[in-house]
Ligand binder design. Structure first.
Ligand code: FAD
Ligand code: NAP
Length: 540
């Protein structure tokens, strides 16, 4: 059993304190957990005060509902009465009140774009805004938005298509040179074709209802030198197409991403881009559909790794191309008693060493996750109940880790606690195989007991095989026979661990674990004179 102190929730070290952007959550009163909220929404209680009636809300009306006990918020054109939700909000009442009586879309997207508020707040829905918030914010109505980008200047992305008897090729011209197969996500479902290309801090979306049927599988090629992406679709019938298809929502638009490298820079960067582009062409998007895109993946296998941690393998649909970049996470979504619940997880590789698991099918069709099951948690027990063959929705990736951090890297230090080890898996694999300049990798892995150490023997074997790798386990609650390091992250442990042989080597320290662990670690690293550029902390 997990030890969950009842006096304060979330417990100081509990998962519930992990909020996106590393924000700490506030303690919730007894009986105000997410599960309690779901129960309330199912109770049949009138949560809007409108007895199930949906109304059209004017801007003036919205403004009037700005008090805690009468608080309406607009998100993507829909208005919710969030007063009943106040005490259940993990970020606290004050944070919700920041959007009271106004359009909270931007604030919401900054903090948790991935949260499925439609499902969570469906019983609080008051109605639609009489005028769309896009217009209120000075954006342009939808009719003017579509299909304008391709006409624009030479530095903006564009697309084109061409065909042979049996194939249709969609070519995306990103005009960026650092494009690779991780930069493009393609989903083709029924007749809807969607391609998201990550270009710097924006996402360029092609979204088309294809004019003819195509086969499920397709191929994706990237010509890095010119920043061109080619998606090659196979026609079902060898006929000539007169046109590619009709534009769907947000087709041919650039959408700002929320996870740029520097959180302090991102808003101004996006604003600058929007403003620059507004001068020359319409840079906008319909905010109704900028949430993360999900596709259903099938559970292929589930293996015990420790007493409470499992390796889940999910298979992407054949009509999806998605490669999660190193250091990024996705969101998994499952319906739990009728409400869709979403939690972030960091994909890992199937193993640390190739001899442990031979990929049966191409690697890019599978996503592996190391997930700790909290028996008293909300999401993980449900995940654990999935049977082989069941489906779980997986979002597009997010995260601000950039592979460019490895350029010329000589010393890599990894500080992980518990499942905070997950981002380190791909980092380790990549660093040891693809960074010629690398001299040393040191992992310090904090756990409660020996039984909690994920992939201990793989780590030990890898360290034995590759002399550049050192692994040190630190236990906070070891049995008396343990003769390794003990305790929590501390100045003494870090200063010994982080010794660098060369004076001016290029260093990176990555840290991930429970939020307080990560925050304390970053403070200690700064005290040890590591610069901001030399530290990467994983939050959300
Ligand atoms: P929760 O419901 O959040 O519960 C967690 C703990 O809080 C449990 O111990 C539970 O008993 C306790 N608790 C819940 N309700 C109450 C209450 N009312 N009173 C007292 N205690 C309570 N995790 C992984 O395993 N693998 C990963 O790869 C991974 N990647 C992540 C990536 C990111 C970017 C982030 C932010 C987190 C990641 N996590 C990962 C953590 C993951 O997102 C979840 O937080 C975790 O799986 C717990 O979810 P849960 O709903 O099962 O538990
Ligand atoms: P855990 O088993 O509870 O803890 C692992 C180790 O960290 C234990 O030794 C524990 O010591 C120590 N620890 C916990 N809180 C600490 C603190 N405040 N200061 C110093 N040491 C502390 O960990 P877990 O249950 O696996 O949780 C892993 C965490 O990582 C979760 O919060 C998860 O959300 C997060 N995570 C984040 C990402 C990301 O990308 N952001 C990815 C994966 C996981 P004690 O014995 O004293 O508790």
């Amino acid at each position: 059993m997990l030890n969950v102190p009842s006096q304060s929730f979330p417990a100081p070290r509990s998962q519930q304190r992990v909020a996106s952007g590393g924000r700490s959550k506030v303690p919730l009163k007894q009986g105000r957990s997410l599960m309690d909220w779901i129960r309330l929404t199912k109770s049949g209680k009138d949560l809007t005060g409108l007895k199930g009636r949906l109304i059209e809300v004017t801007e003036e009306e919205l403004k009037k509902h700005n008090k805690k006990d009468d608080c309406w918020i607009c998100i993507r054109g829909f208005v919710y009465n969030v007063s009943p939700y106040m005490e259940y909000h993990p970020g606290g009442e004050d944070e919700l009140m920041r959007a009271a009586g106004s359009d909270g879309t931007e604030l919401f997207d900054q903090v948790h774009r991935w949260v499925n508020y439609e499902s969570m707040l469906k019983e609080c829905l008051v109605g639609r805004m009489a005028i769309k918030p896009a217009v209120l914010k000075g954006m342009l109505p939808k009719s003017q938005v579509t299909d304008t980008l391709a006409k624009e200047g030479p530095s903006y992305p564009s697309y084109d298509w061409f065909q042979t008897n049996s194939l249709v090729t969609i070519a995306i011209y990103t005009k960026q040179k650092d494009i690779n197969l991780d930069s493009i996500i393609v989903d083709h479902q029924d007749d809807s074709f969607r391609a998201e290309t990550i270009i710097k801090d924006c996402l360029y979306l092609i979204h088309i209802g294809l004019s003819h049927e195509v086969q499920e599988d397709f191929s994706v090629r990237v010509v890095e030198s010119v920043g061109k992406i080619e998606i090659v679709l196979k026609k079902k019938e060898n006929t000539s197409w007169d046109f590619l298809g009709h534009p769907l929502e947000n087709h041919n638009s650039l959408i700002p991403r929320k996870d740029t490298e520097d959180p302090y820079m991102k808003d101004s960067y996006i604003r600058k881009n929007i403003n620059q582009r507004r001068e020359t062409f319409i840079f906008t998007f319909n905010p109704d559909v900028v949430g993360l895109y999900y596709r259903k993946c099938q559970l292929i296998s589930k293996e015990n790794v420790t007493h409470d941690t499992r390796l889940f393998c999910l298979m992407l649909p054949p009509s999806t191309h998605l490669q999660v970049p190193i250091g990024q996470h996705v969101y998994l979504k499952l319906p739990i008693t009728g409400t869709e619940i979403v939690k972030p997880y960091t994909p890992v590789s199937g193993s640390l060493l190739s001899e442990f698991k031979e990929p049966v099918l191409p690697n890019n069709k599978y996503i592996y996750f190391l997930i700790k099951i909290y028996h008293t948690g909300l999401f993980t027990p449900e995940l654990d109940r999935l049977q082989i063959g069941d489906f779980v929705s997986v979002s597009s990736p997010e995260g601000n880790f950039k592979i460019s951090k490895f350029q010329e890297l000589e010393d890599l230090f990894l500080l992980a606690a518990g499942t905070g080890f997950t981002p380190m898996v791909k980092i380790l694999n990549y660093a040891l195989t693809d960074i010629p300049s690398l001299r040393k990798v040191k992992l310090m892995f904090f756990n409660k007991t020996e039984d909690d150490i994920i992939w201990r023997s793989q780590l030990e074997k890898l360290a034995f095989k590759d002399k550049r790798l050192d692994v040190e386990f630190v236990l906070s609650a070891p049995i008396s026979e343990w003769n390794g390091k003990q305790g929590h992250i501390s100045p003494a442990l870090l200063s010994e661990f982080l010794k660098i042989n060369l004076d001016k080597s290029k260093v990176l320290v990555c840290i991930c674990g429970p939020v307080p662990f990560t925050e304390q670690g970053v403070r200690l690293l700064q005290d040890l004179n590591f610069s901001k550029n030399e530290i990467h902390s994983f939050t959300a």
